[in-house]
Design a protein. Structure first.
Length: 174
């Protein structure tokens, strides 16, 4: 499938079966997140795999949006290795960490889709709680979680998934 078709068809899955993701496929997904472009190629993204019974039990204490996924990737950035722009007047001491981690997560999401693995992008959590529950170092900043798994028999896109605003709403020529 070409990329635009893949992007149009991908949707946030909420119904997962518990079949584990094969290691070869997981390796490809993680590689997709490793090789992404980052600001000045500093590569601050970091991925925590949550798939053990204990890790998934903890997951249910930090977000209601776990959807019983068999694997959650907690996508973070390392505050020690981000690119910074101290001269930006709108964003004081801007750093690229959230953007770099988001690029990595998006790329992993599309690689998973290409491999037949469904995903859901999750940001419904308190970052400090997640860091505390999983014992993250203070310099590791949670950005989002990417739930992965194979769909179960209830899987389908919500009707609103295919509603798209016209391109004119997104593009302005200067």
């Amino acid at each position: 499938m070409d990329f635009l078709e893949l992007a149009k068809n991908r949707y946030s899955e909420r119904y997962f079966d518990q079949r584990p993701i094969e290691q070869e496929k997981l390796d490809k997904i993680l590689e997709a997140g490793r090789v992404v472009p980052t600001a000045c190629n500093y590569q601050p993204q970091h991925f925590y795999l949550i798939r053990s019974d204990d890790g998934l039990r903890k997951l249910k204490t930090v977000t209601h949006f776990h959807y019983n996924v068999p694997l959650m990737i907690l996508v973070c950035y390392d505050l020690r290795t981000v690119w910074r722009n101290p001269s930006d007047r709108y964003y004081q001491d801007y750093n690229s960490g959230e953007q770099d981690a988001s690029i990595a997560a998006t790329t992993m999401m599309y690689e998973a889709e290409e491999l037949g693995i469904h995903t859901i992008w999750i940001r419904g959590f308190d970052s400090k709680t997640v860091a505390d529950v999983y014992g993250l170092p203070e310099y590791m900043i949670p950005v989002m979680m990417l739930g992965l798994g194979y769909p179960n028999e209830k899987a389908k896109a919500n009707g609103w998934h295919y509603k798209r605003n016209p391109i004119e709403d997104f593009v302005t020529e200067l």
